[in-house]
Ligand binder design. Structure first.
Ligand SMILES: [Zn+2]
Length: 345
């Protein structure tokens, strides 16, 4: 009976989701006050999904605003209003079919500069899958929903490590969706695959709500010692108190990440639409702008676009040259971190 009730509730919410229309998205009326962001802004992390289309293990009706379709037509006007030129679209389901769908969206919407999709890292035939995926120039990275795996050490199984090594051979990066207790395993990955470009999503979800910082900071610092690991400044507001977070709640965590990775290995990401649980897109962008106001113009242009361009190789001509010059290139040696990217597309 409980299951039936749950289903009935889900059906009601799904009907509501269908009715959800564009005007309900908080589109800022004026260009936001990001006075310091006078260069091309690239959002390194956002999602699209359709309820019921693929298996989303994290999705439930209790998630409110997230339990509805979120599609390019919803985000595009928000990006335009906020002055964000490009995005990196990240998977939300461990599914090849979802990845093909995300790539089809990227073909139809030029603001999607890259797709971080999914392949089965444990599959001995991963190379064949990567051949297929990398034929699409917008396929730039892979992610697996590691946080949904029951085993903390999922990433360091020999077959998964082999799969991660294969990504590096195809010039594909890997997004680490991990929490504090996974970070020591992420370190093993970084050391086992020194040629693989890795990025920690959402700063590994620090416990902002409780205010604890030490264990998270210690583990993140150890991981940041590996030069092939970057870090996304994203997802933080949803780790804080959703309704009463303040800029000062985020600051100590952002300062630690900046200290450990340096501004050349940090990239802004909205985590839209997940951020909507706690903040609108423009609120989020303005918050990060204010938190990073102490950085130089070059450093800010890196965090808000240049670093993502380097990491995801969003400029094919530049990365081809770089590859020829240095077959051993990896993320920690990015040639021009923080270079303004206005003219690079
Ligand atoms: Zn996300």
């Amino acid at each position: 009976m409980q299951i039936n009730n749950h289903r009935a509730k889900a059906t009601v919410l799904m009907r509501k989701a269908v009715k959800f229309s564009l005007h309900q998205y908080p589109v800022p009326k004026l260009r936001i006050r990001t006075r310091n962001l006078d260069f091309m802004i690239i959002d390194s992390h956002q999602h699209f999904w359709q309820v019921g289309r693929f298996e989303y293990p994290w999705m439930s009706p209790e998630l409110g605003v997230l339990y509805r379709d979120h599609l390019p037509a919803h985000l595009e006007p928000v990006l335009n209003q906020c002055g964000v030129a490009k995005t990196v679209l990240v998977q939300a389901s461990n599914s090849l079919a979802e990845t093909h769908w995300l790539l089809s969206l990227a073909e139809n919407y030029s603001f999607i500069a890259a797709v971080v999709g999914w392949v089965d890292l444990a599959d001995a035939g991963i190379e064949q899958e990567l051949e297929v995926m990398t034929a699409n120039p917008k396929f730039k990275g892979v992610r697996h929903l590691v946080e949904s795996e029951p085993a903390d050490d999922w990433l360091v199984q020999p077959k998964v490590l082999r799969g991660l090594g294969a990504l590096a051979g195809y010039g594909v990066s890997y997004d680490l969706l991990v929490h504090t207790h996974h970070l020591k395993h992420a370190r093993t990955v970084a050391e086992s695959c020194p040629d693989l470009r890795l990025v920690v999503d959402h700063m590994a979800k620090p416990p902002i709500k409780s205010g604890e910082i030490n264990e998270w900071a210690q583990e993140l610092k150890a991981l940041a010692a590996a030069p092939n690991v970057y870090c996304k400044l994203s997802g933080l507001v949803t780790e804080a108190n959703l309704t009463s977070w303040r800029l000062e709640d985020l600051r100590p965590y952002v300062e630690r990440a900046l200290e450990y990775f340096g501004p050349a290995r940090i990239m802004f990401g909205s985590d839209w639409p997940v951020c909507l649980l706690a903040a609108s897109y423009d609120q989020l962008l303005e918050s990060f702008d204010l938190l990073l106001v102490g950085l130089s113009e070059t450093e800010r242009s890196g965090v808000f676009g240049g670093n993502a361009t380097e990491f995801y190789r969003l400029h094919p001509a530049a990365t081809t040259v770089e590859h020829q010059a240095d077959g051993n290139h990896h993320a920690g040696q990015a040639a021009h971190p923080g270079t303004p990217v206005r003219s690079r597309f």
